[in-house]
Design a protein around this ligand. Structure first.
Ligand SMILES: *[C@@H]1O[C@H](CO)[C@@H](O)[C@H](O)[C@H]1NC(C)=O
Ligand SMILES: *[C@@H]1O[C@H](CO)[C@@H](O)[C@H](O)[C@H]1NC(C)=O
Ligand SMILES: *[C@@H]1O[C@H](CO)[C@@H](O)[C@H](O)[C@H]1NC(C)=O
Ligand SMILES: *[C@@H]1O[C@H](CO)[C@@H](O)[C@H](O)[C@H]1NC(C)=O
Ligand SMILES: *[C@@H]1O[C@H](CO)[C@@H](O)[C@H](O)[C@H]1NC(C)=O
Length: 832
């Protein structure tokens, strides 16, 4: 046994009960070393694993840090590189911001030769580059940089030096001209900006060199890949798609054409990277970052990309994985052609040798020894057919990870050998708010093992680099650099947690969870003694009240199962007077016969691991005046709700329900009313709450865990009038309900799209209750500002409806509008 998943609430060395606690001022990132010099905007990282040095490019400074401890300022060196006052004045006069833009932001830092490094900075909107003597850590020569570095510190930029050649891609100069360049040595090359522009407002996020010449049977060349998002001009199914993610390729040996395409790439081709879930109309068109995992051969190499949606107001990210085999196939496939302002697949004859290909043995046989020997007709074709028709689909046809509550900005991947001898891809993904998500890919899905908050202030992760030698990752952001161990197995305190965390780095050695040294040593996994892990509690509840029996399952892959007096509790839903969720069992309107001994188990792969045990006593109902004074008792139709002799509702919901009851001619939908809010907070549990895997639910601000439902998130800093002091960020927003998108199953639903969801729970015919369906019963009531909110259940398949988004958008809009609205005297449909 070995594994992944769970323990999502960890911060380097700190086990926290919930994400909300992270805002606590005493937060410390234990086990992580920080570096924070005098400068800000740490954006460029160059790791030299051999000597154990980390070079960091920041705003107006370059640092040389010792990787043994980057916090240790006694061994770090800094090199100041500020733009002159005169330069800054000119920058200001160009209309640029002297608080952010009119500085020298170091954008490029790479090894030039054995003794020197090369660096470029924006230099207050007048880029400069320089050589650095590595041994003395000083500048030796400065030079003009506008051909190599963007003016704007926020413009996408990627580049590297390899074999003494510098390649870069960005939007250059004052006019932001997108270009992919070979900057040196001579002859410099760039992209063609003829009428059928090769690049359109391209925002570059990454690049890679693949040594395809090694062991090539066709005498192929090495290739450079550039990744970016650009303006879309191709036809798409949805006109709202204005952006497209791309990969472009050029050959390293390209030296441009002789007459046509002089000092331009003769091998430039580009293709679309698709990352989408069409069934949910989710198109991740904005590529934010990529990471190439090189395999034993180029074709075995894979690429991970993090993507976002075009809509700025929706926080959602996806990770897609691509195979370089598929990239290759696209570049070997048909071309696109611009015909009457429309892009169509080119079906005519393709000249020989194949346009856009690197010089291979086939060319050499035709006495074409370099790109300069290519015939004009081939070059002219290349110029007009840089776009490929075939799109590059992700492996498995869908994202490997969908993230609903964070915008991912960066990704890094390390392959590790698990205890089972298999190779796993460990993913390290940075968010726009300074978090690092650690995840592992198992079969075709990526599971998040833990989420670490690396920076106290919210700020996007700028850059990440993995040290293979030290098993560490270096992460930079505006305020500093953090050194994080790739895994922290010691956080898992039990064998169960260690094994079910599914972290391939971690193994149970019989006493502790330790980082596994990958050798052939056989590790024994002993099953834990059940007793030692079970927490026992005694709980009492008034008859008719609701109660939450908590049972937090650490592994996201385990499912909770409950027993009552040794009997497995079957059924799922309010018909049975209880509901189970990933954090506990909710007893709804407790009855005497529900007293007894409850046990919660985490079940995974058929293994039942006891987690919690409760002795529950249901007490008789006291006189109504004392306890139920604010409530109305209703008798439901017994046929519908055999297990629910009583229903309660808040008085001000009465009008709504009575009118519903009237309209339905007695087929009442009204169900449970739960003083959940009170019981939640009174039980002092900050943990995430979930009641239904297929629900549109109202949850507290603590809710951030993965679940497969859409949620209405209550943003509130108060709990029962008590200030919990939990979420600083959230309390700033005031109190309102916010829709946070759910962890949609990426497997397309086979079912036809159902009717659009209604803003009110629609009535269900009685026969459906007989089938055990209770999909639309309001069951949890939540009060806020005097308004009440019910929990609506919604099946997953409803998310396939095209109306789904318009529904959530509409709901969001209404809730936003009602944010400051007080008690609704006369509730109507829009009240829900
Ligand atoms: C630089 O850092 C500051 C905060 O320290 C931030 O406001 C600004 O946006 C950053 N600029 C860039 C170009 O990243
Ligand atoms: C790293 O250096 C800092 C500052 O000198 C020191 O406080 C810290 O204990 C060191 N950490 C380690 C792991 O050596
Ligand atoms: C930025 O320019 C304004 C004048 O436009 C000036 O008052 C301010 O001091 C400048 N700030 C910096 C940091 O140079
Ligand atoms: C490296 O490049 C620098 C700058 O061009 C040059 O002065 C130096 O001699 C080079 N070193 C080696 C070992 O080639
Ligand atoms: C290409 O190289 C071959 C041998 O290396 C040579 O014989 C031939 O003349 C070259 N062709 C051109 C066009 O330079």
């Amino acid at each position: 046994e070995k594994g992944i998943l769970g323990v999502p609430w960890l911060i380097c060395g700190l086990i926290l009960p919930s994400l909300i606690s992270l805002a606590h001022p005493s937060l410390r990132l234990l086990g992580c070393n920080h570096f924070r010099g005098a400068a800000v905007n740490y954006s460029t990282l160059l790791l030299e694993d051999g000597p154990g040095l980390l070079y960091v490019g920041a705003r107006e400074a370059i640092y040389k840090l010792d990787t043994s401890n980057i916090s240790d300022t006694s061994i770090s060196l800094s090199l100041e590189w500020a733009a002159s006052a005169e330069q800054k004045r000119q920058c200001l006069s160009k209309g640029k911001n002297n608080q952010t833009e009119c500085y020298n932001h170091v954008r490029f830092l790479d090894r030039y030769n054995d003794t020197h490094m090369y660096t470029c900075g924006t230099h207050a909107f007048r880029p400069r580059c320089a050589y650095i003597d590595v041994a003395r850590f000083t500048f030796v020569r400065f030079e003009e940089g506008k051909e190599k570095c963007p003016y704007d510190p926020t413009k996408g930029y990627t580049g590297f030096i390899i074999d003494g050649e510098m390649y870069s891609a960005s939007q250059y100069e004052f006019r932001n001209i997108p270009d992919i360049r070979r900057n040196f040595p001579f002859p410099n090359l760039r992209t063609d900006n003829s009428p059928t522009s090769w690049l359109l407002e391209s925002d570059f996020v990454g690049s890679a060199l693949l040594r395809e010449s090694i062991n090539s049977s066709i005498g192929d060349d090495d290739k450079l890949y550039f990744f970016f998002t650009e303006r879309n001009t191709e036809p798409t199914a949805y006109s709202s798609q204005t952006k497209v993610a791309r990969v472009a390729r050029v050959c390293k040996g390209d030296i441009g054409g002789q007459r046509s395409l002089q000092r331009k790439w003769t091998s430039f081709l580009k293709a679309r990277l698709v990352c989408a879930i069409p069934d949910y109309e989710l198109y991740f068109n904005v590529l934010r970052n990529i990471f190439v995992v090189e395999g034993s051969s180029v074709h075995d190499s894979v690429l991970y990309g993090v993507f976002g949606l075009e809509w700025r107001n929706v926080k959602m990210s996806a990770v897609c994985q691509y195979s370089f085999r598929d990239v290759q196939t696209a570049f070997d496939g048909p071309y696109m052609e611009l015909q009457d302002t429309k892009w169509r697949e080119y079906t005519g004859t393709v000249p020989e040798p194949r346009p856009g290909s690197c010089i291979t043995d086939q060319h050499r046989a035709l006495l074409i020894n370099s790109s300069r020997d290519l015939p004009d007709n081939v070059l002219n074709f290349t110029q007009r057919h840089a776009l490929m028709s075939r799109q590059i689909q992700p492996v498995g046809g869908r994202p490997v990870l969908l993230q609903r509550s964070a915008d991912y900005t960066k990704i890094a991947v390390k392959q590790v050998v698990g205890l089972d001898g298999r190779v796993y891809d460990m993913l390290f993904i940075g968010t726009d708010e300074g978090w690092l998500h650690r995840a592992v890919k198992i079969s075709d899905r990526v599971h998040i093992i833990e989420e670490l908050q690396l920076f106290e202030e919210k700020q996007p992760i700028n850059n990440m680099v993995i040290s293979q030698k030290q098993n560490r990752i270096y992460v930079s952001a505006a305020s500093g650099v953090v050194q994080v161990p790739l895994s922290s197995c010691e956080r898992y305190t039990s064998c169960y947690d260690c094994v079910f965390a599914r972290d391939p780095f971690c193994g149970w050695d019989g006493r502790a969870c330790t980082t596994v040294v990958f050798n052939n040593r056989h590790l024994h996994i002993r099953l834990p003694q059940s007793k030692s892990f079970v927490m026992h509690r005694t709980r009492a509840v008034m008859a008719g009240d609701d109660m939450l029996l908590q049972c937090e399952i650490r592994s996201n892959l385990a499912t909770p199962h409950w027993t009552l007096n040794g009997q497995v509790m079957l059924g799922y839903g309010v018909d049975f007077g209880y509901r189970t969720g990933t954090d506990g069992l909710l007893i709804i309107g407790a009855q005497n016969q529900q007293s007894g001994h409850y046990r919660c188990y985490a079940v995974e792969n058929g293994v039942w691991v006891p987690v919690r045990s409760y002795m529950v006593r249901v007490q008789p109902v006291p006189p109504p005046a004392s306890h139920l004074s604010g409530k109305q008792l209703l008798s439901p139709p017994p046929a519908l709700l055999p297990f629910r002799p009583q229903l309660q509702t808040y008085r001000h919901m009465e009008a709504m329900y009575i009118s519903l009851v009237a309209v339905l001619g007695g087929l009442c939908l009204v169900l449970t009313v739960v003083l959940l809010y009170v019981s939640f907070c009174a039980r002092n549990s900050p943990s995430a709450r979930k009641y239904s895997q297929q629900a549109l639910s109202i949850t507290t601000a603590t809710e951030r865990k993965r679940s497969s439902h859409f949620e209405l998130k209550t943003i509130s800093s108060h709990c029962n009038g008590r200030t919990e002091g939990r979420s600083r960020a959230m309390s700033r927003d005031g109190e309102f309900l916010q829709i946070i998108p759910a962890d949609i199953q990426t497997t397309p639903s086979k079912e036809p799209p159902p009717a659009p969801p209604l803003p009110m729970p629609p009535p269900l015919p009685a026969s459906e209750y007989a089938n055990g369906l209770s999909a639309t019963l309001p069951s949890v009531l939540r009060k806020m500002n005097g308004n009440s909110y019910v929990l609506l259940r919604q099946t997953d398949s409803e998310m396939t409806s095209p109306l789904y988004h318009s529904f959530t958008e509409e709901l969001n809009r209404i809730l936003e509008k009602r944010k400051h609205t007080q008690l609704d005297i006369q509730p109507d449909e829009s009240s829900v």
